[in-house]
Each structure stands twice: as C-alpha cells, then as structure tokens.
Design a protein around this ligand. Structure first.
Ligand SMILES: NC(=O)c1ccc[n+]([C@@H]2O[C@H](COP(=O)([O-])OP(=O)(O)OC[C@H]3O[C@@H](n4cnc5c(N)ncnc54)[C@H](OP(=O)(O)O)[C@@H]3O)[C@@H](O)[C@H]2O)c1
Length: 283
C-alpha cells in the first residue's frame, strides 16, 4: 500500500513528493513519470519510480496496486480528459483505496472553458465509485511571477479588469496534497484551495513596480485585443482564447477564492503574492 503520485516530474509533482517525504518514509511513496531521466533525482531520494505515460494503459496498469492512495495530477495535453478517464478506470481495476485529483477552484461551478476537463474528470471519479478527495486548486502565484521578465519589459497586460485572484504558491497546493494523501479523514471531501488574500492585476503591477523599482502598470484591454496580443506573443491559437476566457472568469470573481481550506489544511497562512514576486526577482 503506497502513496502514488502521477506527473511526479512536473513542478507540482516534484513539490508534492518533497512535501510527502517530510511526512512519511520514502518507501511508502511511489512516483509515476513518463521520463526516467527526469525522474532520476526523485529515485535518488529513495522513492520508487514507475514509468508510465498517460497515453499508455498497459504501463499505467503496472503503476497502481491494490490499497494504494493515488494522486492524479491533471495533464496538459488536448486529450487529457480521455487520459484521466483511462487512469481512473485503471486505478479502479487495480483496487486502489482512494484517488485524489487536482481540479479547478469551484468544481462543478467553475464555469470557464479551462475548467471543463476538471469538471468532467471529477464526474468520472464520482461515477467510478472510487473513494476520492478533490483538490480544487486556484491559480498558482507562479502563473504570474513566471512572466516577470516580460512584465518588466512590456507591463502587465490582461482583460480581467478589477477581478480578484486568490492565488497561492505551488508549494502551498503541494503541501495540501501531501496532507490529504498522508492523512485520514479526507475521503469524499472536496477542498476549495486558494490563497488567503486575493489581489487585482493593478495591485500586482504596483507591487512589482515597488519591488523592482521599475515603472510597471496594469494595462486592461478588451478581450479581442488581449487575444491578439497573446497570439502575437506565440501562445497557440487554440489555447489563447482559453486564457482570455480565464480573464473573463477572473473579472466575474470566479478565481477570487472560496474560503480558507488551503491555509487550514497546511496549518499556516498561504504564500502572499508579494513573497512570490520577491522570490522570482531574486532568481
Ligand atoms: N492551478 C494553476 O494555476 C495551474 C497552472 C498550470 C497548470 N495547472 C494544472 O496543474 C497540473 C500540474 O501543474 P504543474 O505546474 O506541475 O505543470 P507542469 O510542471 O507543466 O507539469 C505537468 C506534468 O504533467 C506530465 N504530463 C503531461 N502529459 C503527460 C503524459 N501524457 N503522460 C505522463 N505525464 C504527463 C508532465 O510530464 P513531464 O515531466 O515528463 O513533462 C509533467 O510532469 C498541470 O498539468 C495542469 O493540469 C494548474
């Protein structure tokens, strides 16, 4: 009986492994990854690595065992819903004890395009009858701070208006996942995970300007202009409308937050956006 983490070599997966190793012995943790070379540092920490691509049911069938607790980290590829459904069926066949899933803030009420696969995945888990825990993650601070070099040059551009963003650091979400995987009492629970303090893009730009000493402002543009800017910056034409739709959801308050599940689970305040800006500026 192990705690099995899929997509373990991603940013979130690596942090979940790290947080788990602070709570349970390494021989209770299994990392599922598609790339053995990328997973080598995880294996070096004493964690068993099982190689399986989300598109490879035969390999996935060997990745899960009866009684395991599985964290399914949502994928990124266009067919991710089919991948998730296949993984859920395989986990069920393997007799796993519980599946946790990283979905989107709001769960079935998340009415933006990016959340559609998450809504459908949660439903597939419910339909499977597997014991579950839903980790409905809000935005990562890093979604914004990873763009700091561009923001310092061109300003912060979006179409989210004065909508508030209740983001938290990836590590905060990873810590919550580890708590839920390693602990009891999380069966049939859906956690709405977001930062303690929500902020607007105007406030974000002002904080970035303050910390960097540079002249940075938020330029709120119409949705169509935002779309053209994203495409011009190289965002794929299929994905750019999804990002513009996210900003519309932010403007409607959908990413502002739904309470304090995250800080309660991790037993500390979430990481303020200002701290993530500071960390990104010193990188
Ligand atoms: N809440 C948010 O703000 C936010 C932002 C971005 C993404 N997300 C979602 O949260 C997930 C985790 O975020 P992240 O920051 O860790 O993303 P990430 O660093 O891009 O990691 C994605 C992981 O998915 C794995 N993966 C993708 N396709 C796969 C496949 N076919 N088979 C096996 N593994 C596959 C990747 O494997 P490799 O390591 O081999 O590439 C990687 O480990 C994302 O996948 C996405 O669904 C949430």
């Amino acid at each position: 009986m192990s705690i099995v983490v899929t997509a373990a070599t991603g940013h979130l997966g690596n942090l979940v492994i790290d947080e788990l190793l602070q709570r349970v012995p390494a021989d209770q943790v299994v990392a599922v990854a598609r790339n053995a070379e990328k997973a080598a540092p995880i294996a070096d920490r004493g964690v068993e690595v099982r190689i399986a691509d989300y598109n490879d049911p035969a390999a996935l069938a060997k990745a899960f065992g009866a009684g395991d607790t599985v964290l399914l980290i949502s994928g990124l590829e266009p067919n991710r819903l089919d991948q998730h459904k296949s993984i859920i069926a395989i986990a069920k066949d393997a007799g796993v004890a519980r599946i946790a899933y990283t979905g989107a803030l709001g769960g079935p009420e998340a009415d933006f395009d990016l959340a559609a696969d998450h809504r459908a995945t949660e439903q597939a888990i419910l339909d499977s009858g597997l014991p579950y825990t839903f980790l409905r993650n809000g935005w990562y601070n890093e979604v914004y701070t990873d763009q700091i070099a561009v923001q310092l040059e061109h300003g912060v551009v979006g179409s989210a208006g004065d909508g508030r963003i209740g983001s938290a650091a990836r590590r905060d979400y990873a810590a919550a996942a580890a708590v839920v995987l390693a602990g009891d009492g999380h069966e049939k629970k859906a956690y709405e995970l977001n930062g303690d303090v929500a902020w607007t893009l105007t406030e974000y730009a002002a904080e970035l300007a303050r910390q960097s000493g540079k002249n940075v402002a938020y330029n709120n543009v119409p949705a169509e202009t935002h779309l053209q800017i994203l495409i011009g910056a190289g965002v794929p034409e299929t994905f750019a409308p999804i990002l513009v739709d996210v900003d519309a959801a932010i403007a409607r308050g959908r990413l502002a937050g739904r309470g304090s599940d995250l800080s309660r689970l991790i037993g500390r305040p979430t990481t303020p956006i200002a701290d993530s800006i500071a960390a990104a500026l010193t990188d």
